[in-house]
Design a protein around this ligand. Structure first.
Ligand code: IMP
Ligand code: MG
Length: 172
């Protein structure tokens, strides 16, 4: 059986989301901004972030498969749902739940840069550093931590726990 421990409360998440949104409002004022949520994990973070951002922006989603149903990366990345908006000349901000090895975002970064976006940046709620392999630049970070397996607020283990309103570590 696995145990869970609270690591980030609702209030901490809400404060951080507002802080990130304020930075994004300032940085992207007057620019053609598109938020791209990386499904499935980012759906809750993106929904809160978008409602806290007050400048006009578009929203689209992309889905890549890399993890399967386990807690360790399979290493390979496959596009399973592409974006539908045209990214040419847009300022793309990819919104992720968590960065672990960095392979997913490094792969996505390359994809959008070759789609001739005006800029491509990354906003992640959680930056988990211990297993980083790709040196991908992360522009907006909510919370940084070394390691651990997190669930809740969109983050899953085998598609469970995404609905939890706070973030927990899962101890196996
Ligand atoms: P990366 O390509 O190794 O950076 O993997 C990123 C993806 O792995 C995230 O978008 C999550 O879907 C998943 N992932 C990595 N760490 C965790 C975790 O602690 N909890 C839940 N999902 C995770
Ligand atoms: Mg994800």
């Amino acid at each position: 059986m696995s145990d869970r421990k609270l690591v980030i409360s609702k209030e901490q998440i809400q404060d951080k989301v507002n802080e990130l949104a304020a930075q994004i409002n300032a940085d992207y004022a007057g620019k053609d901004l598109v938020l791209i949520g990386v499904l499935n994990g980012a759906f809750i973070f993106l929904a809160d972030l978008a409602r806290s951002i007050t400048i006009p922006h578009q929203i689209d989603f992309i889905r890549v498969a890399s993890y399967g149903n386990s807690s360790s990366s399979s290493g390979s990345i496959r596009l399973s749902k592409d974006v539908e908006l045209n990214m040419t000349t847009k300022h793309v901000l990819m919104v992720e739940d968590i960065i672990d090895t960095g392979s997913t975002l490094a792969w996505l970064m390359e994809k959008f840069q070759s789609a001739n976006a005006a800029s491509v940046k990354i906003c992640t709620l959680i930056d988990k550093k211990e297993r980083r392999q790709s040196n991908v630049p992360v522009d907006y970070v909510g919370f940084s931590l070394e390691k651990g397996f997190l669930i809740g607020y969109g983050l899953d283990y085998a598609e469970q726990y995404r609905y939890l309103p706070e973030i927990f570590t899962l101890e196996f």
